[in-house]
Design a protein around this ligand. Structure first.
Ligand code: ADP
Ligand code: MG
Length: 367
């Protein structure tokens, strides 16, 4: 029997609820049919070897030094951060060769980072049990504490807990989630703008800080405990006020979107996507001209119920709700318009909500 094993974790598209996760609010992501796989084989020499097919780069680590490894601002910070978290939980790590292969575009807002973290965690665990919520949490810690991006838990949570045909309405305070079946009459299309402005990570940190500032001014532990009346009466600077306005109205939009999805009201779902985008553009200020163009152009195409940016911001993808019969025309029209405006060819992903992370090793023939 082959000693190689394969572990798979999906990327995600967030339908609505942007930047609400680290404010302990609501989000509504779906796990994607695009995923990252980590193939494991025994190491020839007692070290941990990590190879990224996408990067065509191999890096090797002495297992004894991993617990004290420092971040290097390199892609290996993600798997190394996960390894350190497992060591901190008391797991012994076997020497392995990891081969990473991924269908999730990097840095496009579809969470290649969480897919890599979660697939790596399963790969390093080699089948040993750890509650799924602990896996999501340790991967979030790896990204926020080791990689250094103060992210919420949405991406890791949905990569672990995703379910076919469903979105997952997660309460980021209680970490409880409801599965929301999506109405059959709409396809979810992610459109990759093919741009990612440098500003992204530093602006993300600034938004986290501005939300904390707003929460302090409101006298609450997180914006989840605030409301629009209190915000209206509070004394604070303009920027934190606008950021808090986005978060509070966005939490409300997530809940309205879930109700609309359950009622099969595609027009309302589309309108909420458009509202969410307007709020990210005007109040949270995380969009960019290419993304604004894709959203506005999409909203005018027949058969598109609505669109908005998805992911951290400043580029990446939009998410679009489209009548299944109109998908081909939608792609052609949007691609032509975007090429004409920005001389860029967008990529389209037809998103099929899929299952969360698991081992997919096939039994050897004859077993
Ligand atoms: P997103 O999660 O939206 O794709 P991030 O900036 O959070 O964007 O994560 C992207 C980073 O994750 C990449 O820059 C790289 O460091 C790492 N990464 C993701 N997938 C891979 C892969 N297949 N091989 C190597 N590094 C990867
Ligand atoms: Mg990410």
């Amino acid at each position: 029997m082959s000693s190689s094993r394969i572990f798979r974790a999906p990327g995600r598209v967030n339908l609505i609820g942007e930047h609400t996760d680290y404010n302990l609010g609501f989000v509504l992501p779906v796990a994607l049919n695009l995923a990252t796989e980590v193939v494991t084989e025994p190491s020839p020499d007692g070290n941990l070897h990590i190879f990224s097919e996408h990067r065509q780069e191999r890096q090797s680590f002495d297992l004894a030094g991993l617990a004290t490894a420092q971040p290097r601002k390199h892609w290996t910070d993600y798997p190394v951060g996960v390894a350190r978290e497992l060591l901190a939980l008391g797991f012994h790590l076997a020497p392995l060769q990891l081969t990473i292969r991924s269908q999730v575009p990097e840095g496009a807002g579809l969470s290649s980072s969480a897919a890599l973290e979660v697939a790596t965690a399963l790969a390093l665990l080699q089948g040993r049990a750890l509650p799924p919520l602990e896996i999501a949490r340790l991967c979030q810690r790896a990204e926020s504490q080791f990689v250094g991006l103060p992210c919420g838990i949405m991406d890791q949570y949905v990569s672990v807990f995703g379910r076919q045909n469903s979105a997952l309405c997660l309460d980021c305070r209680t970490l409880e989630a409801d599965f929301v079946e999506l109405p059959a009459g709409a396809a979810i299309i992610a459109v990759n703008s093919m741009v990612k402005h440098q500003l992204g990570d530093s602006a993300y940190r600034t938004r986290v800080a501005e939300c904390a500032q707003a929460a302090t001014a409101l006298g609450v532990a997180s914006l989840r405990d605030a409301n629009l009346d209190a915000l209206g009466n509070a004394n604070m600077a303009d920027k934190p006020r606008h950021r808090a306005w986005h978060i509070l109205t966005e939490n409300d939009r997530v809940l309205r979107f879930v109700a609309a999805a359950r009622a099969g009201d595609l027009n309302e779902m589309g309108a909420l996507l458009v509202e969410s985008h307007a709020s990210m553009k005007a109040d949270y200020e995380i969009t960019c001209p290419e993304i604004d163009f894709l959203v506005e152009a999409a909203s005018e195409i027949p058969g598109c119920y609505g669109a908005r940016m998805t992911g951290g911001g400043f580029g990446g993808c939009t998410v679009n709700l489209v009548d299944p019969a109109s998908v081909a025309d939608f792609q052609t029209s949007l691609s032509n318009a975007y090429r004409h405006a920005f001389a860029l060819v967008p990529a389209f992903y037809l998103c099929q909500p899929g299952d969360g992370a698991r081992e997919i090793t096939k039994p050897a023939a004859g077993v």
